[in-house]
Design a protein around this ligand. Structure first.
Ligand SMILES: Cc1cc2nc3c(=O)[nH]c(=O)nc-3n(C[C@H](O)[C@H](O)[C@H](O)COP(=O)(O)O)c2cc1C
Length: 180
């Protein structure tokens, strides 16, 4: 059977962001499993203006084309004022069908593991018909990032990361048959 394509979506775009380190960790562990094609999808690369503010046909097309190639997602989510970043919300709003009937897992970080942002994201994913899985690695800005800057995840997160990926793959495969 053909391998599934899973996008690891970096939710933050600010200069100096931590999300690339977290995304690379997810991709490294995922690639060691070798059970799907895992790729980092960086919202920053798509230069999406705020939805409706400018003519962004080219950017929107590129973004939707990338999402359409993917069977499932792992969202790298950071907590901004108890919710997801504006850049991630904007990127979510830029597509509809390309999200529909796919699965997603969440890896979040913040002072309390990014839990409040992750729960907000789950509500949004429901509206986009994305099936979000239960297992959720929640990383602490205090204990999983040295000096708040260098990502050094505690070993215990590996169990949840692999559990989350197991669920994303199972549901991504199942939902692919629905889209066929
Ligand atoms: C505008 C802003 C609001 C924030 N609000 C929260 C918050 O409500 N809860 C929290 O745990 N961290 C909060 N933080 C800390 C961020 O989670 C932290 O800076 C994180 O590294 C942001 O992700 P990034 O580095 O990938 O951009 C906030 C940071 C910013 C810049």
């Amino acid at each position: 059977m053909e391998k599934l394509n899973i996008g690891i979506i970096l939710g933050s775009t600010r200069e100096g962001r931590l999300s690339p380190q977290v995304g690379e960790w997810v991709q490294r562990i995922a690639n060691e499993r070798g059970d799907a094609n895992y790729q980092i999808v960086d919202i920053a690369d798509y230069k999406l203006p705020l939805l409706g503010e400018a003519d962004a046909t080219a950017q929107a097309t590129a973004w939707n084309t990338k999402l359409a190639e993917l069977d499932g997602f792992v969202f790298i989510v950071q907590e901004y004022n108890h919710s997801i970043s504006a850049s991630l919300k904007n990127a979510l709003d830029y597509a509809r069908e390309a999200w529909n009937n796919k699965a997603a897992g969440i890896v979040s970080y913040g002072s309390v593991g990014g839990a409040r942002a992750a729960e907000h994201l789950r509500g949004i994913l429901g509206e986009l018909s994305v099936a979000d899985v239960r297992v959720h690695p929640a990383l602490s800005l205090f204990t999983d990032f040295e000096n708040g800057a260098t990502f050094k995840p505690a070993d215990l997160h590996l169990v949840n990361l692999n559990g989350m990926l197991d669920q994303v793959l199972a549901w991504s495969g199942a939902l692919k048959t629905l889209r066929a």
